[in-house]
Design a binder for this molecule. Structure first.
Ligand code: IPM
Ligand code: MG
Length: 367
């Protein structure tokens, strides 16, 4: 097979800093594991707006369609708050998701042993936590029509539409069941079938798909109860499947169970391409954190773990993904911390690149 290709879009805020550490890791794999990637760097979000007047240039979009995987840092920042909605940095990200048709967004929430004290919940509630939220990413209220702000009589009305076709629900449900089969064989689907027709259809379609996965224990929960259960007893869950908006909210909630948003990766997957690899984009769950950008304070682990997901889901390198995850666990167990993870007094934080270097040292030690 030809050298796998990667499009790297560092984006805004801390995006470029954390992505620089990922690039070091990619280089390490090329040198030490003979795992080489054909890397292209480009702009997205505010950075793209500054150069092109749009948050994603057409050429960048075309390149994203061509490569084996896209790695994205983060988009947005206060500088861009004044921009028209249509060119806001987030629109670049949403365009990538929509045009690549990345319908299954995998958001793991895993609590590293060394960090169980960081959670706002009691340690025994979160220690050993390992759940996977599968969020539908290309439909629902994020994209439904009609939408807009219109004038009715003498006041304005804001409109968004929650809309799901059966096939949209089915394909994300199948992705979630497939994952459940590889994990704990337990799937909880969340919607609000008590108040939304789209929720009723969601539940019906998930039940239909469930017939093909008799080994998976399926449950259904209203999403509000799901939010409550996530903070009450998160370890009851293995895989959760839910729509775009509920998934956005529930995944932030699940993320915080693990102590820091700076730790969580994500994969957004679409249909298989000709070479059998899924269309894919990998990004940390955290945002661009403009308040700490450019200071070397950001935690690069979420972005590095996103590359580990790329190794696993795009490049069939599950063992190498595990090597990288284990290296990160080791570094954390050794007490290496960026500022976001500082609990103990007297511990000196390492910089963003210090964390990257520590992970590379742990990778070296793994050989
Ligand atoms: C996320 C983010 C995005 C979303 C924003 C930046 C558009 O919150 O990936 O969770 O709402 O999907
Ligand atoms: Mg979000």
């Amino acid at each position: 097979m030809s050298t796998p290709s990667l499009l790297i879009l560092p984006g805004d805020g801390i995006g470029p800093e954390v992505m620089a550490e990922v690039v070091k890791i990619i280089d390490w794999y090329g040198e030490k594991r003979d795992l080489k990637f054909d890397v292209t760097m480009d702009l997205v979000g505010g950075a793209a707006y500054d150069k092109h007047g749009v948050p994603l240039a057409d050429e960048t979009m075309a390149k994203a369609q061509e490569v084996d995987a896209v790695l994205l840092g983060a988009v947005g920042g206060p500088k861009y708050d004044v921009l028209d909605f249509s060119v806001k940095p987030e629109r670049g990200l949403l365009r990538l998701r929509k045009e690549m048709d990345l319908f299954a967004n995998l958001r793991p929430a895993q609590c590293f042993d060394a960090l169980a004290d960081f959670s706002s919940l009691k340690k025994d509630v979160v220690a050993g936590l390992d759940i996977m939220i599968v969020r539908e990413l290309t439909s629902g209220i994020y994209f439904g029509e009609p939408r807009g702000i219109i004038t009715e009589g003498n006041e304005r009305v804001g409109i968004n539409t929650q809309r799901y076709t059966e096939s949209e629900i089915r394909r994300v449900a199948i992705a979630a069941f497939e994952l459940a089969m590889k994990r704990g064989k337990k799937l909880c689907s969340m919607e609000k079938a008590n108040v939304m027709e789209s929720g009723i259809l969601w539940r019906e379609v998930v039940e239909e798909v469930a017939k093909d996965y008799p080994e998976v224990a399926v449950s259904h929960m209203y999403a509000d109860n799901g939010a409550m259960q996530l903070v009450r007893a998160p370890k009851q869950f293995d895989v959760i499947v839910t729509d775009n908006l509920f998934g956005d909210i529930l995944s932030d909630c699940a993320a915080m169970l693990t102590g820091s948003l700076g730790m969580l990766p994500s994969a957004s997957l679409g249909a298989p391409m000709e070479n059998g690899r899924p269309k894919a984009m990998y990004e940390p769950v955290h945002g661009s954190a403009p308040d700490i950008a450019g200071q070397g304070k950001a935690n690069p682990i979420a972005c590095i773990l996103s590359f580990a997901m790329a190794l696993r889901y795009s490049f069939d390198q599950g063992d190498e993904a595990t090597r990288l995850e284990t290296a990160i666990e080791k570094v954390l167990a050794d007490g290496v911390r960026t500022g976001d993870l500082l609990a103990d007094e007297g511990v000196t934080p390492v910089s963003t690149s210090g964390m990257g270097d520590a992970i590379i040292a742990a990778l070296d030690a793994s050989l």
